[in-house]
Structures are given as C-alpha cells and as structure tokens.
Design a binder for this molecule. Sequence first.
Ligand SMILES: Nc1ncnc2c1ncn2[C@@H]1O[C@H](COP(=O)(O)OP(=O)(O)O)[C@@H](O)[C@H]1O
Ligand SMILES: [Mg+2]
Length: 287
Amino acid sequence: MQPTTVAPPPTGDELPPWLRPRVPNGFRPLDAPARMTCVMQKGGSGKSTTAGCIACELALMGYRVRLWDVDAQGGGVTHWFQPAQAGQGEPLNLLHLFKGEATADEVTYATRVPNLYIVPSFTSLKQVELGPPPGVEYVIDQAIKETTEPIDVEIMDCGPSLGQLTIAALVAAPNVVVPFKASGFDLNSLRDLNRTLALTKKRLTPDQRILAVVLSEVLKSNLTRDVFDAMCNDFPDALVMGVRQSVKAREATLESIRLPLHEYAPDATVRQDFQYLTRMLVAPKAG
Ligand SMILES: Nc1ncnc2c1ncn2[C@@H]1O[C@H](COP(=O)(O)OP(=O)(O)O)[C@@H](O)[C@H]1O
Ligand SMILES: [Mg+2]
C-alpha cells in the first residue's frame, strides 16, 4: 500500500508579520466531509467573496465542493460562478428546493471551476422569508442528507440578515465563518451577531462553532491591529485573520471579467490570504 502523505499545515510565515493570524491553542481544521456557513448581518462585509474564494481553493485542493447561494438579494455568488447548462431565465434553484419542487441534486450545477458546484438563487428567493414553508429551518439540512452527489464540502453564503434563510443555512452547516470590515459600525453588528448566534445555538444548532473571524479588506493600520485584538478577545476559540484589500477582488466579479480570483489574479496578495485561510479551515486531502 502507498503511504498516505498529508501536506503540513501552513505556518503563517508566508504572511507579513502584521498579518499573522491568531490561531487558538488546540485549533484543528475541519476534516472532510465538512460544512460551513459564511454569515454576518451586514451587506458588503465580504461574505460572498470569502465563501467563493474558500470554495475555489478547496476545489483546487481536490475536494468536491458545493456552494449554496442562500442570499435573496441576488448578484452574489450565482452572478460570480454562473451555473453551467442552466439555459435562459431562472433555472431550477434554491427557491424550488424550499418549495419542495426540486431536490438538492436537481438544483446543483457545475461551474467553470472543476470540482466546484453551485446551488444558485435569485431575488425570487425572497418568497421564503415572506411566507416560510413549515420546517423551513431544516430544508437545506434534509436536502443534503438526501443528496446522491458525493460532495466533500458544503459552503453556505448567506444574505445580510439573520432571517429564516440564514437559520436554515446554519442548521445545515453549523461551522461558522464571520467576515466583517474593521470599523466601529461593523464591530457593533458583530457583537449583535455573537448574541444571536448564541441563541440559535441553544435553540436549533447545538453543534454550532465559530470557526473563524475574517477581517475583510484590511490595510496595515492601528485600526486593523485594534480590531484584530478585540476579535481575539471576543472570539477566544476562533481563528482570527485579516485578508488584504486588493482591487483584484472587486474586478474579478465584474460582468466583463467574471472569473474566480485564482484564475484572474493567481498571485494577488488577497488570493494568497484566502489560500492560507482555506488551508487553515479544512485539512488537506490525504493521499
Ligand atoms: N479583500 C478585498 N479587497 C477589495 N475588495 C473586496 C475584498 N473583499 C471583498 N471586496 C469587495 O467588497 C464588496 C463586498 O464584498 P461581498 O463579498 O460582496 O460582501 P457581502 O457578501 O458580505 O455583501 C464587493 O464589491 C467585493 O468585491
Ligand atoms: Mg453577498
């Protein structure tokens, strides 16, 4: 039998000193199969960028990854990673799953990235918040249990609210990644989120764990350092790290470009940061 080899975890030495993450004692990456949710109740905090980049990096590591667009605002990861062979108009999507009109397999589409699949959604997904079906919080979890797709990692990209859709994502994928921007406004929201997550955990998701807090778009500054320290204090068991600001992250999602970050700017610092984050969150594939 061939001995299995596992790449060593990254040390962080490849990052500049001011960007070194806080890795709590005893922190362990998830083993596949794994499920995680990007959540923060503010728009523009970096959820879709983080979910999309982690999904791509995992796919590049050889995992089969399914990215769920659980955001009824539209223009998020469905726009970025277009579902293949979906045809014109709105193909079967997450709304149909919630309405009991489609299975997870039927709403899972390939993307241009090998190993990366997407469950798309459109603004029509708002119907779920307006008139939630009975048992709405368990719909995604149940659908994953019934899927026949051999998926290694399920990633939920949530919208900017803590409504029924986000709860359904958290029930299905209780490992939480919180992207947010370093500002006073966002710090307050983050503390609210922390309280809400504690309530959800008690009521619905006992396995919930805040895996990582990601400071999106950081620049080297005293503010970054102060917010970073506050996060380490507020989230003692989470990986805390910054992802550098780069215009490449914005350009990659432009309609005229629309490429995964690793294709559009493979050497950009922001890509390196997401690569590091991903390798910290999910253990590399053995073999
Ligand atoms: N590291 C980064 N550098 C520069 N721009 C970024 C970075 N991360 C995210 N952005 C941009 O910030 C905006 C909000 O990010 P997005 O991921 O859409 O947030 P959310 O999903 O929380 O609303 C987008 O225009 C995105 O391209
Ligand atoms: Mg988004």
